[in-house]
Design a protein around this ligand. Sequence first.
Ligand code: DSN
Length: 500
Amino acid sequence: MSTPLQEYLEQTSPEKLNPAMTAYVANLQQTAAVAPDVAEAIVRELGTQRAHLKLVASENYCSLNVQSAMGNLLTDKYAEGYPEHRYYGGCENVDTVETIACEEAKALFGAEHAYVQPHSGADANLVAYWAILNNKIEIPECEKLGETNLSHLTDQQWADLRQKLGNQKLMGLDYYSGGHLTHGYRQNLSARMFDSYSYTVDKETGLLDYDAIEKQAMEVKPLILLAGYSAYPRAINFKRFREIADKCGAVLMVDMAHFAGLVAGKVFTGEYNPVEYADVVTTTTHKTLRGPRGALILCKKEFADSVNKGCPLALGGPLPHVMAAKAVAFKEARTQAYRDYAKRVQENAKVLAEECIKLGMKLQTKGTDNHLMLIDVTTYGLTGRQAENAMFECGVTLNRNTLPFDPQGPWWTSGIRVGTPAVTTLGMGKEEMKEIALIIDMVLKGTKPGVAKDGKPAKGKIVLDPEVKKNATEKVKNLLSKYVLYPELDLDFLEKHFCK
Ligand code: DSN
């Protein structure tokens, strides 16, 4: 009996042989030999991703080149430490890979130093926080004591130092105003290891009010002033943040996880480019940046040694195979094709926002400068949860999101967050954005809140008009049929061989 790979090679003429498909079949065949159910799930995920219009602002599709760089023996290697400074022998090839990734990241963003080990954005923020604490508190305190080796401190000296490390102030964007959990939200470690303060957007405009932030920062005097967001639809003026940080004596940290791709793609330049102004910048690598799942830290030279302590201080062993994929993604992001992509992400978001507004939707801040927008769905009589469910039933994935000062809280929410990075990767443009706005409006208009068993309104349940569902689903299908995800991959063949 021939294997799937043999069959693929036999049935495909040499000029149609596709290296990506060949590699996929070979890899799945290897996986299926041990875990056919896992191979099946991978193939089914391709089917699911192809069948849904992805408007999740924090997701994207990385290239098959990025994916293939991850599937190899680099995963077997322990490499705690950093290049040329490891706690394990035999790390020379990991050193090469990590150094390439760091150099590519530095060149891409024009940064003084890069650290590519963090496994997620939350990890990157944790490392960044401790790097700043190390640089600004621990090292000066140890210098005062004339002792650089922590193990040599007396119990009392160590207790005093820990007290100081645990009593520093962080000031970041409030979760309800679009900040991230790790920016000092009480449910997250960040609010427990820092004395945490939040600034909000302006209640009327929904915009960051730099004068108000400055006033608050002068009162709080934080060690770390943090800018960046998960759900804020506007560009941030980092020059202004730098001025505020300098005035109040804070370290300026920026979490650019959402818009790193717009920085890399030279859409956000000058005062909107955080790398020029911040001491430490963190980002994930899988959102607009379109790399593998993971994260990255950029910083000024002053913080480099402290950031390099990330593993083993806060992180487990690095993932060398993912660092290889990061290097590939950074190389891709240094091309003109990527810069064109980043520009289109922003253009598409603008068109989509304008079209939504034309259809009567209420958008947070009345529009967008970046890759995302926040739509208030209470105008449709829905919670964010209901809107998210209704869209999913029609083949659209997006996520519910709190709006500033949202009375519905983070579980139900009053809004949805919509982003253009993934659909732009598929190749969609202005006409498709108009179509997507119509689909969103059609689905939300065709959805009514459901009722619980006791007859009371249920915040998560919906009644979706079947005719609307049919129409919207067809429109989504039609749109996706023109923009196939990973067209190199023959889904029918993969399903036939790897799905029961
Ligand atoms: N979960 C990411 C987002 O969706 O914005 C942030 O970590």
